[in-house]
Design a binder for this molecule. Structure first.
Ligand code: NAG
Ligand code: NAG
Ligand code: NAG
Ligand code: NAG
Ligand code: NAG
Ligand code: NAG
Length: 789
């Protein structure tokens, strides 16, 4: 029978199809079936493999959620739910009634939820499928309803999101009612993550998008663990997340979590297929990259981490919400609810009680919302005083550009910044503020204090001993914790020439060549991240041993994520080599001017990174470093395509800084600032100029000088960009670059910043710190001056 031709079975099968198919592939749930929420048993309908179950899960004491979950793992992870905002009591029932309804009724018989059937027809059976889809079908096996079409916050492999579908994040980890974030495949073809006007589901501004206006039609989650957005012609428009793990060995799910991040997770089905992964849900793929930074420009709403708090990523890449000094969490169980002032705010009716308040400093923290006044330029002290005497003022943000932003409550979009140079000064009432920073902790502590006090109150002497001991502990702790503040220089390794000869296989693979040096790829015998780039300095001008040591150690001390880290050096007679981290993605020059154009998003990230790295060299390391040779060949890209500046500190080592012996300029506007050719001092502003040119190249994806340009006016990028800017034809610069065209306001902003950077007068050029702040939107960009040429 098993080998009979399918055709011979056809007439019988047609008759039996619905029942037959279901009997084979899933356990069909017939009319009149019910499940009841009960404290003493976990009733559910399981899929044939037992991987998924549909039924009631007890979420909190005596309260049940009608849900679908992974049933074979101890976590029983929920992937769909019906009544997240409306938990039900024991004795509530889900029923497949004989009149074709699928309803959830509470213990009083009141209807709490019902499947909203598509089309006509009555249900004749239900089934929990092995894919995790729960379906309701009619007699002729048309799908009347399926959970895959009504996702909550999770999607599974084979599940598809069509135009108009959304995922809504839950409110918190264990509260399944709708939360503050939504993902939607919009009718304009963009997949967008947005905050909502909580508790409504209406959309606030988006904070992440595939930028596929007009083209996206379906989000696909395939069995190999890739989630991507597809166009009508089936091509992949945008890869969203991906974890290379097959569905046969791993359970998979992707969820818009309560923190606003869309994460993809895998869970090994058993030990033997785990392949090094833990026997738990793990995630390595998510969007957006950094939720704290993604939500910063919204007009309304709190930002990622709640009002008055500020957001940063923890080691696990999840956002952490922190209250400023003097503030305490609104809800100790849910930090994302934000913070409140734990003191009586300043009164506005007359009383000059400024001296009752104090300013506490938080470095590298900013709130983007809540501004009501800007003073510039003013000193930090003036800014503090101004806030202390202004009853509206809750916080001031002071930055290296001498801006003093006055902010009122509630503060929104708070972030811990990666760049230095901005500080928040938080106004708190003297005396009673800091004690309330963590009210949750305080309760436990005060109980402990009470016990201690009771124990010791019998003896004044013991009290004294205790106080001294406490002071001593506090003092010790200070002494131990304070000096570790700044990053100390990573100790450089000294290599022998022989070692490096071996590592580079006798200087075989050349990575690049400069005027005075050649770079080779190498492998160190030990360690796992052991690829290196070895730079051999050919024309050493510095002949003093000591000077070489001093300079390399100065370079070694710089440590910032947008700089290529120096690992060690070799200094043996005429052999002078520097050993750097190896950058797997090569130089910006090859990336930017290569075959395919990098995305606008990537290019902006590279601009941000390069600006931060330069700002660090100019202002934040112990000895100011002028790079003197910023160009795309010296900006490298690491594994994650982060911009990493290389070759800094060499100007001094090679004495180019002093002698101005630069490579030929070929009569074109290259990357070199005009003061090089004049008798003017060379300052950090030469790097600002070069950065401006690189920024234009990043915007337009072309070289600063293009001999073969179609139009003579377009040959020199700086001139052409300026013309386009003046004539308001920004789109000319980013032709055929859909993503950039959609973001044309930022393109224009970037061009304006570049124009500021390439001013002939170094004094007019902004500092790199300011450039970085303008790029990232922390400060406004003023209209650049008229062109001089
Ligand atoms: C029901 O499931 C929960 C969670 O999986 C478990 O803690 C509980 O012991 C189960 N109850 C019964 C009666 O099996
Ligand atoms: C979940 O959060 C919502 C929104 O704050 C709240 O109204 C609801 O009571 C919470 N539900 C539970 C079960 O705590
Ligand atoms: C998206 O494209 C449509 C037409 O395809 C256009 O009307 C709309 O303005 C575009 N939206 C954006 C944000 O560019
Ligand atoms: C998506 O990922 C696949 C496989 O990694 C790759 O071939 C493809 O080019 C990517 N598509 C886009 C639009 O990034
Ligand atoms: C582990 O899971 C894989 C894939 O589901 C299966 O083929 C294999 O038999 C399982 N091994 C054990 C020991 O259960
Ligand atoms: C601060 O003082 C006010 C009254 O002076 C009091 O109501 C409040 O509870 C105090 N807060 C803390 C955290 O001690």
């Amino acid at each position: 029978m098993a080998f009979a031709s399918p055709y011979s079975l056809c007439p019988i099968l047609l008759f039996l199809l619905p029942v037959c198919v279901l009997a084979q592939t899933s356990q069909s749930i017939s009319l009149d079936s019910t499940l009841t929420a009960a404290l003493d048993k976990n009733d559910s309908w399981k899929s044939p493999s037992g991987d998924f179950a549909f039924g009631f899960q007890q979420i909190e004491a005596g309260m049940f959620l009608l849900a679908i979950w992974f049933d074979k793992i101890p976590e029983k992870t929920i992937i769909w739910s019906a009544n997240g905002g409306n938990l039900v009591q024991p004795r509530s029932k889900i029923q497949l009634t004989t009149d074709g309804q699928f309803t959830l009724n509470d213990d009083q018989g009141k209807q709490m939820w019902a499947a909203n059937l598509a089309g006509s027809g009555t249900i004749s059976y239900a089934a929990m499928l092995d894919s995790g889809n729960f379906v309701l079908e009619s007699q002729d096996s048309t799908n009347l309803w399926e959970s895959f079409d009504q996702p909550t916050d999770t999607i599974l492999p084979t599940q598809i999101l069509n135009i108009g579908s959304s995922l809504v994040a839950r409110f918190s980890e264990m509260n399944y009612s709708s939360g503050r974030f939504l993902m939607r495949l919009q009718s304009d073809g963009n997949l967008v993550l947005s905050t909502v006007h909580f508790p409504l589901l209406s959309l606030n501004t988006g904070y992440w998008s595939t930028n596929t206006n007009g083209s996206g039609v379906q989000v696909i989650f395939d069995l190999s663990g890739s989630i991507y957005l597809k166009a009508k012609d089936e091509s992949i428009l945008s890869n969203i997340t991906s974890i290379g793990a097959s569905s046969s060995n791993f359970y998979q799910r992707a969820i818009l979590e309560h923190d606003g991040v869309f994460r993809q997770y895998v869970y090994p089905k058993n030990d033997s297929v785990a392949d090094g992964r833990p026997m738990a849900w793990s995630s390595q793929s998510h969007v957006p990259d950094n939720i704290c930074m993604s939500i910063s420009t919204q007009n309304t709403g709190s930002g990622a981490c709640g009002f008055n708090s500020y957001c940063h990523l923890g080691n696990d890449q999840r956002p952490i919400s922190t209250c400023p000094p003097g503030y305490s969490p609104l809800d100790p169980d849910n930090e994302m609810m934000g913070c409140k002032q734990a003191f009586v705010p300043q009164e506005c009716d007359g009383g000059q009680d400024a001296d009752l308040f104090d300013m506490r400093e938080l470095s590298n923290v900013n709130w983007w919302g809540g501004d009501y006044e800007l003073f510039n330029p003013v000193s930090e002290d003036w800014c503090r005083q101004r806030c202390l005497t202004d009853c509206f003022c809750a916080v001031v943000i002071y930055n290296t550009a001498s801006d003093c932003w006055m902010k009122r409550i509630p503060l929104s979009n708070g972030q811990q910044l990666n760049v230095e140079g901005t500080k928040a000064l938080v106004k708190i009432r003297k005396g009673n503020s800091t004690t309330a920073v963590a009210s949750g902790l305080k309760k436990q502590k005060s109980a402990l204090n009470l016990i201690l006090t009771m124990l010791f109150s019998s003896s004044a002497f013991l009290n004294l001993v205790l106080s001294i001991a406490t002071l001593w502990v506090v003092f010790r702790k200070r002494r131990i914790t304070q000096p570790s503040g700044g990053i100390q220089g990573i100790s450089l390794r000294s290599f022998t020439y022989k070692e490096l000869e071996g590592a580079t296989n006798n200087f075989k693979e050349e990575l690049g060549k400069g005027a005075c040096s050649t770079v080779y790829k190498g492998i160190l015998a030990i360690g796992n991240n052991n690829l290196i780039a070895v730079k051999r300095l050919d024309k050493m001008v510095t002949d003093s041993e000591q000077e070489f040591q001093a300079e390399t150690s100065a370079i070694g001390k710089t440590n910032q994520k947008n700089l290529v880290q120096l690992l060690g050096f070799c200094n043996e007679g005429q052999h002078r080599l520097l050993v750097y981290e190896y950058m797997s993605n090569g130089s910006l020059a090859s990336y930017l001017f290569g075959k395919s154009r990098p995305s606008w998003y990537r290019r902006t990230e590279i601009a941000f990174g390069t600006a931060r790295g330069l700002a660090y060299l100019h202002e934040d390391c112990s000895n100011q470093i002028i790079h003197c040779d910023i160009k795309p060949q010296n900006i490298l890209l690491d594994d994650s395509l982060t911009a990493r500046i290389s070759d800094f500190g060499l100007a001094k080592l090679l004495k180019t800084g002093q002698t101005r012996t630069l490579t030929a300029i070929r009569g074109t506007k290259g990357y070199v600032a005009p003061e090089w050719f004049k008798t003017m001092p060379v300052t950090v502003k030469v790097d600002v100029y070069s950065f401006g040119i690189v920024l234009l190249e990043l915007i337009c994806c072309r070289k600063s000088f293009d001999q073969d340009a179609k139009d003579e006016n377009q040959m020199i990028l700086a001139d052409w960009a300026y013309d386009c800017y003046e004539e308001g034809r920004m789109y000319m610069l980013v032709q055929e670059d859909e993503e950039a065209i959609q973001d044309i306001e930022n393109v224009e902003k970037f061009v304006m910043i570049a124009i500021w950077c390439i001013q002939d007068d170094p004094l007019l050029r902004p500092t790199m710190k300011r450039v970085s702040q303008m790029l990232e939107g922390a400060i406004e960009v003023a209209l650049p001056p008229k062109s001089s040429n």
